[in-house]
Design a protein around this ligand. Structure first.
Ligand code: GLU
Length: 555
């Protein structure tokens, strides 16, 4: 028997597939011309990073807009780093941002599609089948080097100032004959399996990256490990096999994979398989004291998308932002087509920035304020409730106490051309509206009311008593404010800021200062939604009670 076949049979004694069987089992996809097959391939090692959501969003967009397929594959071959449950939570967080796969991994023991399994640890048979053929072709071999051998090799490379790694003369086990390898295996020596590279580091290869264009890089010469001693593949090899048999056409992944590209190219070429198009996405950067740096898992709260969900940023505003950093022409498109869905926008690789997308929290906040401001009352109240059910027990309880009352509160100056933009995220709601509820109002009141220090107690009392005697919430806002002006004048304030400015000595302040006193009494805040509507919603009886109590406590 051919010695390579004997070696392959010795290494893999189980029942495996032939390459032809795999090709038949995972046939080319029947899709319209120009359809992209893309994927998101997270490792279940923790939270969903904002950069990963960005990558997933872009991958899915390209598939959807071309009537292709977007799938999720769970890359769990590094089992030491795995965090239980994180795979499923990645999928649900993606869904929270509206990123849904057509097929693939959907949660533990849950997947759909004909190209699975979509979890790498369940694909061992497929990887082994390919490697077996590679051993038969002398493209892969067992390596018996111990950790000590490898560190001695590194030391030598360091001393000689040569490239690190297992290549050329350093790739000792590549020199073993199949007979020698067979003997070592029979003697029980432990081993991993390596790819036999035929490349030369001094040669250059040219790759066309969909984002970066033509790239020239050194050819691979590394005999990388393809199957580890735990029987699982390395990323490089799994990428080859999975993206080939899942028929991925476009690989959008982080630019940290760019240095590995020569290995991937050589692997595809060695197998004679069609290479996918690579698109290496820019890293998401942040401005920190005027310097650009990578968004960091450790330093930046906003590096985890869960932050935006927990804070209650409207998903739509956040996605709108990610589109602006993905494609430089998106903002202009949005200006032109204010009401179109992002689905109508055609994303393209050549409109992506190369030097790192800049993540600008202030811009996200603005976009989110816009989105929340323009929601109608029903939508806003519903979304706030959905958020509160998940993230804020106290707000949830208030909403459930009286949904209509809550809707009235959040309806203030909404549904108009220039709506108020009080909220940037749902977590802003509770502190801003607590005072509408008497029990909360009472407990907030424990802190002294912060009236303008320049006004005497007597003046404040006078303002409150005068207002109490005169105000009428059945008036229009304009007429109600006219009464406020009368109160101001009666109490020694100017009716307008302009009048006050002209002759400051003659007045205690102006109508705005009078309104501020009432605002503090009724809302316990220096800023609040429109006071007229606030009072109308709270209702005359309760407003009266608040004013009377304040007068009492001032006396
Ligand atoms: N599992 C790899 C990662 O999380 C996937 C990279 C890729 O998309 O190929 O970085």
């Amino acid at each position: 028997m051919n010695k390579y076949v004997e070696l392959a049979n010795l290494i893999f004694q189980e029942d495996l597939y032939s390459i032809e069987e795999l090709e038949a089992k995972y046939p080319k996809r029947d899709l319209p011309v120009g359809a992209y097959v893309t994927r998101f391939a997270p490792s279940p090692t923790g939270f969903l990073h904002t950069g990963s959501l960005f990558a997933a969003l872009i991958s899915s967009k390209f598939a959807y807009q071309s009537y292709g397929v977007f799938f999720i594959r769970l890359e769990d071959t590094d089992q030491k780093r795995e965090i239980a449950g994180s795979g499923a939570s990645l999928v649900s967080q993606l869904a929270a941002f509206g990123v849904y796969p057509h097929e693939g991994y959907l949660g533990d023991n849950l997947e759909k599609g004909n190209y699975g399994p979509y979890v790498q640890s369940k694909r061992a048979k497929i990887y082994k089948s390919v490697i077996k053929q590679m051993i038969i072709n002398n493209q892969a071999y067992p390596c018996f080097c111990s950790a000590d051998d490898l560190s001695a090799m590194r030391k030598q490379q360091d001393e000689r100032k040569e490239n690190f790694g297992y290549y050329g003369e350093y790739a000792k086990c590549s020199k073993l004959s199949p007979e020698e390898a067979i003997e070592k295996i029979k003697n029980g020596e432990p081993y991993v399996l390596r790819f036999r590279s035929t490349g030369d580091y001094h040669n250059k290869i040219v790759v066309n990256d969909a984002i970066r264009g033509r790239i020239e890089i050194a050819q691979n010469d590394q005999h990388i490990v393809i199957l580890k001693s735990d029987g699982l593949p390395t990323y490089h090899f799994a990428h080859l096999v999975d993206d080939h048999f899942m028929r991925t056409t476009h690989i959008t992944r982080g630019e940290e994979w760019l240095p590995s590209l020569p290995v991937h190219i050589e692997l595809f070429e060695a197998m004679g398989w069609q290479k996918p198009t690579y698109a290496h996405l820019p890293v998401i950067m942040k401005l920190d004291n005027g310097n650009r740096r990578k968004l960091s898992k450790r330093k930046d709260l906003e590096a985890a998308v869960s932050y935006f969900l927990e804070q209650g940023y409207p998903v739509d505003g956040f996605l709108e932002y990610l589109f602006t950093i993905a494609n430089s022409n998106f903002e202009a498109w949005r200006d032109e087509f204010k009401d179109l869905s992002r689905d109508e926008f055609k994303m393209s690789f050549d409109k992506m920035s190369l030097d790192g997308a800049l993540f600008d929290l202030a811009k996200i906040q603005n976009l989110c304020k816009e989105k929340l401001g323009h929601m109608n009352t029903k939508e806003f109240a519903n979304s706030a409730y959905t958020w509160a059910k998940e993230y804020n027990e106290e707000l949830k309880a208030l909403i459930e106490r009286d949904y209509d009352y809550f809707s009235q509160i959040v309806s203030i100056e909404r549904e108009k051309e220039n709506p108020r933009k009080d909220y940037e995220k749902f977590s802003d709601i509770l502190p801003l509206i607590k005072f509408f509820y008497d029990d909360h109002y009472e407990s907030m009141k424990q802190d002294a009311l912060l009236f303008n220090e320049n006004l005497s107690k007597e003046t404040i009392i006078k303002v409150l008593e005068t207002y109490l005697a005169k105000y009428d919430l059945n008036l229009t806002e304009e007429d109600w404010f006219a009464v406020m002006k009368e109160v101001a004048v009666e109490c020694g304030f100017a009716a307008t800021p302009k009048e006050f400015k002209k002759n400051k000595e003659a007045f205690l302040g102006h109508v705005g200062d009078v309104a501020a006193i009432l605002r503090i009494v009724v809302t316990l805040r220096m800023q609040s939604p429109n006071l007229y509507y606030v009072m109308k919603i709270i209702g005359k009886d309760r407003v009266d009670a608040r004013i009377k109590n304040a007068i009492e406590s001032l006396k």
